[in-house]
Ligand binder design. Structure first.
Ligand SMILES: Nc1ncnc2c1ncn2[C@@H]1O[C@H](COP(=O)(O)OP(=O)(O)OP(=O)(O)O)[C@@H](O)[C@H]1O
Length: 897
């Protein structure tokens, strides 16, 4: 009864926030009383974001007896953990000398997020305590997190936790899936239950009170999921048959005649066959995949046909799960989640007019599955469009990012095309692709690979470039990275300097002089603090040109790919310093002493790091540790001159599932390195001093001031909110929604979309991938031509725990539906002319960095040809193959490839 009332409070009266869905399960434990685990999923507008939101729901402190006398009584009797640890080493929670629940927790002045998705709740050291057995005092460190109103009302142990990790759901579902069990259930008299609760009372003889029993319960019966949709009821579910041709299930009785059974089988139309039939006669049905069909059609089980749905409803189509071990049926299912409009089994496996020999072959041809034929086709398609250097760059990209199983076969298959330009340039000497021509192609391939810290030697059966080991490995020879950094045109740099140095304003000049004299002398590190438009990038480029024009090495990095593209020769800090993706306070970079990267770093005179405020302090500390090691100099950054820059008013480190305090404490300013940086300021807004028409200048000045005011905390916050502001009305589009926004940003799109200058100056920014997809589709809809759809071939990495025989429990359509930051959508929809952005550092020296903007010029099945429209390689055409990506921090309970 109590549980029912509690569920009503939670899910109907929404006492903790509006509930979108919930799951509960009653656990009959081997020790302890049966109890319920309830998982509430809050609706979007009730989601908890800040420490204040968390504190409003969960308390981990002893309530004030004067304010909440009832809650106080319940908390001290039911919500205090232990005592355990040294106070009571034999407590049931103790294992190997430690409390498994990690009590006592630490005092904490404010609530903070932890990396595992569970917050660390506020536990103030305010002197409150409760005295339990033998005079032991338990303070706020021992309080089990709870909701004050719930404990007050129910006078029971109700542990409330907030979690923003999918792992909690996994934990809860464990109870649902573990099936029937033998359990010990506690049977207790009503009044003895209260005895159980109180740590103050005498110990209870639990053994006496337990009864060894067996329970049999269907998991369906003890758990339920309620979808609180708009209409407050669960969606209807239509099961969809999946069977190979002539292999549908039929039912018959023992005494049925054989002919009767056969006739029945012939006339029995399954939902799948009926889908084919509907597609054959109704072109409108071609818009929907089999799995989506129940949303638009209803299944008439008497007539065995699909009828168009008259009213919109929340119906779900559910395909039966098929294991990969079932072979063709598994691939049939995969096709059914992807293909639209098929009118027969043969039609389903027809790709580009070719009827494939099997469903598996169709999956491979459609790109739903991967094997080396993918790279073969990719190279074949690219060979038809370009030659020479672009093809070798594509081949290097495939080697580095796509893990082909047999790269030497790919090389042999496409060698002629990959060497074609070299042969042409040497046509006076050679008439076909001989060893000399191949060696030159391999030399160029090797240098691309080396720029990514790889070599042909890493691919065992690939032919090698034999042109002398000094070029590849010799410790004293110039390595490719150093060559690359010393290949600037000194005359060009000198003339740029003659023009730009006299333009430096007084703030820029002061920093310029300080940095240059530091290189020659004191080896200081700097932080250039300047709001947007104060000429930081201009200053960095002038400094870099100065050092490079002297024939010395200056390395430029930035925290994000996009800002790296704005500095001459810029790379992302992650790729230049090989900073690990998972960082902690002891991390070091993946650069060893004596490596090519270490030699480059040792040779460099100046390092510039733009947008430094965006990265976690651990990244700088890892670089510091590594440089001290490489240079053998125990000074900040190994005694190298570093110029960090950025604006703390702009983007701070992005820490998933974190609170404001976590972000602040992860900033560079909170690092032990900060005190070693000399902070120098830029304050003159150079962007505004450019020649603009006067009206425009006024608008921009106003906008710049508005941004500065927000950054400096001088813009008024909406009363009652933590950090909301009212935007000035002249900045807001109030009418027309997304179409109006697209018209505003891309006026006369059709006439202009082929004009690079028009495209490069425009972008719509939005923080969430779902909106990106929506807007992209709307913009692309306006471009002429058809969409080309690139599906991902997703799989779960089962090798992680060494268990490769574990069945695939995640369906392909589920994996494809996951929306993961930094990973393209499961179905990438493109058109020729579409602007795109690269998410990986494919070949920074060729302008292919994380953040490079491009325009699609040709869309083949396995490769995209794109033109670079940003950075130093504007106008170059490049090939982008499909490649394996694995999100490092997806918050999924498995590794997704
Ligand atoms: N000393 C200068 N003389 C002439 N133009 C300058 C000077 N300094 C900067 N500019 C110009 O002012 C504009 C803004 O400068 P810049 O991009 O370097 O600023 P920023 O501080 O890097 O801006 P943001 O933080 O927004 O990236 C650019 O067009 C740049 O060329």
């Amino acid at each position: 009864m109590k549980l029912r009332e509690l569920l009503k409070d939670l899910c109907e009266k929404h006492c903790l926030g509006k509930v979108a869905a919930f799951v509960y399960v009653i656990e009959f434990q081997k020790r302890g009383l049966p109890h319920a685990h309830i998982l509430l999923i809050l609706s979007q507008d009730s989601k908890l974001h800040s420490a204040e939101d968390y504190d409003a729901i969960v308390s981990a402190e002893i309530p004030d007896p004067n304010v909440h006398p009832l809650a106080y009584e319940t908390v001290i009797s039911s919500m205090m953990h232990g005592p355990c640890g040294v106070l009571n080493p034999s407590a049931p929670c103790m294992k190997d000398g430690f409390c498994q629940k990690h009590y006592p927790k630490s005092f904490q002045s404010s609530t903070q997020n932890n990396y595992d998705g569970y917050p660390l709740y506020r536990r103030r050291d305010n002197g409150s305590f409760v005295e339990v057995r033998r005079g032991v005092r338990l303070d706020n460190r021992w309080v089990v997190p709870h909701n004050v109103e719930l404990v007050e009302k129910y006078d029971a142990h109700i542990n409330v936790k907030i979690c923003n990790s999918v792992l909690a759901i996994k934990y809860l579902y464990k109870y649902v899936y573990k099936g029937h069990d033998r359990a010990t259930v506690a049977l207790s008299q009503p009044d003895s239950a209260s005895e159980l609760r109180s740590p103050v009372k005498e110990p209870i003889d639990e053994i006496k009170m337990y009864l060894d029993a067996r329970y049999i319960s269907s998991s369906e019966a003890i758990w339920r999921i309620f979808h609180y949709r708009m209409h407050g009821r669960s969606p209807s579910v239509q099961r969809l048959a999946i069977h190979l041709p002539e292999k549908q299930l039929i039912t018959f009785r023992d005494n049925d005649k054989l002919q009767q059974v056969l006739d029945h089988a012939d006339s029995h139309v399954t939902t799948l066959v009926a889908w084919f039939q509907e597609n054959a006669k109704n072109p409108a049905a071609h818009n929907y995949r089999y799995v989506d069909f129940p949303l638009y059609y209803t299944w008439n089980s008497t007539d065995h046909k699909w009828n168009i749905r008259k009213t919109a409803t929340s119906a779900i189509g559910r395909l039966y799960m098929v294991q990969p071990s079932e072979g063709e049926r598994y691939y049939l299912r995969m096709l059914l989640t992807h293909v639209r409009g098929a009118s027969s089994f043969d039609d389903l496996k027809t790709v580009e007019g070719h009827v494939c020999g099997s469903f598996k072959e169709a999956c491979i041809r459609l790109g739903l599955l991967q094997d080396d034929t993918e790279w073969d086709v990719c190279l074949r398609e690219a060979c038809c469009m370009r030659m020479g250097q672009q093809l070798r760059l594509l081949f290097a990209t495939i080697l580095i990012f796509c893990q082909p199983a047999a790269p030497e076969i790919l090389w042999n298959n496409h060698k002629v095309a990959l060497c074609e330009d070299i042969l042409y340039q040497n046509r006076d000497l050679y008439s076909d692709v001989n060893d000399a021509v191949e060696q030159e192609a391999l030399r160029q391939l090797e240098s691309y690979l080396q720029l990514n810290a790889k070599s042909l030697k890493d691919f065992p059966d690939m032919p090698l470039f034999l042109g002398g080991s000094a070029f590849l490995d010799g410790p004293d020879a110039l390595n490719q990275l150093i060559r690359e950094e010393m290949s600037y045109d000194v005359t060009l740099l000198q003339s740029a300097l003659n023009q730009n140095v006299p333009l430096l304003n007084k703030d820029q000049r002061a920093i310029y002089d300080a940095v240059l004299s530091s290189i020659n002398d004191t080896c200081n590190c700097f932080f250039v603090d300047g709001p947007g438009g104060t000429g930081k990038t201009f200053l960095y480029n002038t400094l870099l040109a100065t050092v490079r024009s002297r024939g010395e090495i200056a390395l430029a990095v930035a925290s994000s790919g996009i800002s790296a593209l704005l500095i001459d020769g810029g790379r992302t800090a992650y790729s230049r310093f090989r900073i690990p993706l998972k960082l902690d306070e002891l991390s070091t970079c993946n650069i060893s002493r004596g490596s090519r990267e270490a030699r480059l770093i040792n040779a460099a005179k100046l390092f510039i790091w733009d947008e430094a405020p965006m990265l976690h302090k651990f990244a700088f500390e890892a670089v510091d540790r590594t440089l001290r090691d490489i240079t053998c100099v125990d000074k900040p950054f190994g005694g190298k001159v570093f110029v960090f820059g950025g604006d703390f008013r702009q983007v701070l480190p992005v820490i998933p599932r974190s609170l404001r305090a976590d972000v602040v404490s992860s900033c560079l300013t909170r690092s032990f390195l900060w005190k070693h940086l000399k902070v120098m300021k830029l304050s003159i807004n150079m962007r505004l001093s450019q020649d603009l028409d006067p009206q425009e200048t006024i608008k921009q000045k106003k906008f710049a001031k508005f941004l500065l005011d927000i950054g400096d905390g001088n813009y008024s916050i909406v009363p009652g909110t933590e950090d909301s502001i009212n935007l000035p009305l002249d900045l807001v589009m109030t009418k027309g929604g997304l179409p109006a926004l697209i018209d505003f940003v891309y006026p006369h799109l059709i006439e202009n979309y082929e004009n690079v200058d028009y495209m490069v100056g425009k972008a719509i920014l939005t923080p969430k991938n779902v909106d990106v997809e929506k807007i992209s589709e709307l913009v692309l809809d306006r471009l002429p031509g058809d969409f080309t759809i690139y599906p991902s071939a997703d799989s779960v990495d089962l090798s992680e725990d060494g268990n490769t025989s574990q069945p695939q429990v995640y369906s392909p359509e589920f994996l494809r539906s996951l929306k993961i930051p930094d990973i393209p959508p499961g179905e990438l929809k493109l058109k020729v002319g579409a602007p795109i952005i690269l998410l990986r550092n494919l070949a920074p020296s060729q302008g292919l960095c994380n953040g490079t903007r491009m325009i699609c010029r040709a869309l083949q099945n396995k490769v995209i040809e794109a033109e670079i429209i940003s950075g130093s390689h504007v106008g170059s055409r490049v090939f982008i193959p499909r490649m394996t990506l694995s999100p490092s921090d997806s918050n999924l309970p498995f590794i997704l490839n």
